[in-house]
Write a protein of this length. Sequence first.
Length: 411
Amino acid sequence: MLDILDVAVWGHWAEFALRWLHVVTAIAWIGSSFYFIALDLGLRRAPGMGAEVHGEEWQVHGGGFYHIQKYLVAPERLPAHLTWFKWEAYATWLTGASLLVVVYYFGAEFYLVDPARWDMPAWAAVAVSAGSLVAGWIVYDQLCRSPLGDRPTLLMLVLFVIIAALAWGYAQVFTGRAALLHLGAVTATVMSANVFLVIIPNQKMVVADLRAGRVPEARYGKIAKLRSTHNNYLTLPVVFLMLSNHYPLAFASAWNWAIASLVFLMGVTIRHFFNSLHARQGRPWWTWGATAAIFMLIIWLSTLGAQDRADAAGAPMAPAAARFAAAPGFAEVGEIVATRCAMCHAAEPQWPGLGWAPKGVRLDSPEGVAAHARAIYLQAGRSHAMPPAGMWLDPAERAAIAAWYRAGAAS
């Protein structure tokens, strides 16, 4: 009965389920988004086509042919069946926000707050996180509604400067892992809000006009197209940032904010190639050279120094970590970790071929062991995920880890 009621186990599987759903819904959203961008760019005029038709495309897939036409404003007659592409975006944001709550809000003392940067209480860190997501959308939306909305290139330059400033700001208050993830979260919030608050409402206005016998205003489509274009260029950077928490050379670098900012430029160069290709405007191969140059710059920045870690010896210990440090069995577990884990999870790993601690997790100090109590328990106490194959951790040592964690969690 103890196993099935284990809070850590339930939390681990809740995170797994949400991450799985988030990935699945994101695939659905990105897939439909990329498809419609490619379709829109590939539309062509044909002889005999009515003035209200913007273009058409013939496609073949799954053994059949598809004839697709786009109306720049709307058709004269609204069909009875109309498919809306919106739930993919909503589900992606909802699952992502839920994952943010489960991992970073419930685990704020471990994953969000970096006492070496800003030793704030967990509730304050959560408030900064949630507030920044809302503020990010408000600033972006107001800029799009300003005269800059009629100058898309200048608008994107202004937005890039804001992104770089936001990346730097996140890196000053959160852990490196949380900083990059939050830059991705605020960008994803902008993208989802574009769909929820602008693109779909504008489309509904067009539908309402058609059903009322009115001619829809073309400006609704123009506004929606601007937001859709932004979403197109922001997709790849968001995916990179969501994956970054697995790679310490990205999130634990002293220049992590610059790395995150440069990723947005790579998103522009890569999407420019494919957008040009789909629009039949040639293949601008130079974009791949530019992408490679930016990526090499990112690699170079990652070698310029590691970000200070809150789990380093002597750093302030979070209250939750202090409970595990005071729990019975901590000294014994510290010795186990020192002999079985710290050879890899250290500032300077001793294991051949490792240049940094896996996933940035350092266990070379009592503070580090206490701060990562839950991970140690799940990886080595509850399962045999760690140490990796070829290294031995006997059942008694795993039992000691499990007993220590349960004692700390109950205190």
